[in-house]
Design a protein around this ligand. Sequence first.
Ligand code: NAD
Ligand code: DAU
Length: 354
Amino acid sequence: MILVTGGAGFIGANFVLDWIATVGTPIINLDKLTYAGNLGNLTNLRSDTRHIFVKGDINDRALVARLLKQHQPGAIVHLAAESHVDRSIHAPAEFVQTNVTGTFCLLEETRAYWESLAEPAKNRFRFLHVSTDEVYGSLLPTDPAFTEATPYAPNSPYAASKAASDHLVRSYYHTYGLPTITTNCSNNYGPLQFPEKLIPLMIRNACQQKQLPVYGDGLQVRDWLHVVDHCAGIRAALQKGRIGETYNIGGNSEKTNLQVVNALCAILDTKLPGRAPHSRLITYVKDRPGHDRRYAINAMKIKNELGWEPAEKFETGLLKTVEWYLANEAWVENVTSGAYRNWVETNYANRGAM
Ligand code: NAD
Ligand code: DAU
């Protein structure tokens, strides 16, 4: 039995589905179901007794304590977070509340639970914290990729809140001996990603013949990883990682945003030839404040120590992702509720074309 937080979100739901398919042991899934959490992501598990869903907040310490006492999980995989950089610029408070205070609450209740365990359960227990490469800040074009030794330099409220949570997790290992492991991963893509993030937003807009809003000059670089590869990396770290360590996870796949958007347009041109060329929809809009120019991950530590490396190539992964979104229009329409439309208005209305 493991406890997963944020298991109704993009990576969380992929992780829950992947865990049930590969490991197969039961999961308690604690998720607040914010705008980003959707039980429709887990309909395949509706009648699977190995998946226990609990709607709740990681800040609710009494609830967390009760779940730990009742289910006695052997590990916690902590994914719950506010995750979108643009939202953190418009409304940072929720990021501090969930990513910092929420992680603190979870750590405190986990510590009390872990200290109550007898051997060998205590020795085997793990707290796996899922974090991001954004904590390292921005790279120049010729800089070497981020390693686990790169100093933290977060530039957005989102990145700063994740950095704070990483520091708290680290301190619980060094101060209390809590057996923690942290993973810092690059940009994920794949099925079930909320269409506020670059790839699903561009697919949705292109399908609706709307503008494709590229921030600034579109030459910012991200290191893309398919979400299923990320899930395998989390599993490897949980099952074989050394406690107190951090592991970078990345795709060895650096692309500029323009390369990504053009690749999406080229795929859509073959799928929907009547509307080609989709690249005519590309529109340059006002840049994101504090926009990090380049991320790149050096994933040699997890490869050498744990034998993990990405299996999916970006080109094939992107094609499968477009196919998934085209085949799941109902899912997209279901998650893009009224609140989503308000967000689009907030983020894009004042950007204008450049
Ligand atoms: P997401 O926004 O799609 O999902 C977050 C989930 O957390 C949602 O289901 C939401 O309901 C839940 N949640 C939010 N606040 C909560 C709270 N207070 N209590 C309980 N549940 C709460 O995020 P994602 O993209 O799946 O990211 C998951 C994790 O992975 C995050 O910690 C994020 O920082 C990290 N990460 C994401 C990426 C990426 O590219 N998406 C890359 C590296 C790391
Ligand atoms: O690097 C890991 C991080 O990747 C995760 O920790 C975050 O949770 C996740 O959201 C992601 O952050 P980014 O800011 O890199 O992702 P996003 O999809 O928002 O943007 C990717 C790039 O595309 C970024 O340079 C901004 C740009 N962009 C984004 C949107 C939404 C645009 O040009 N236009 C857009 O409309």
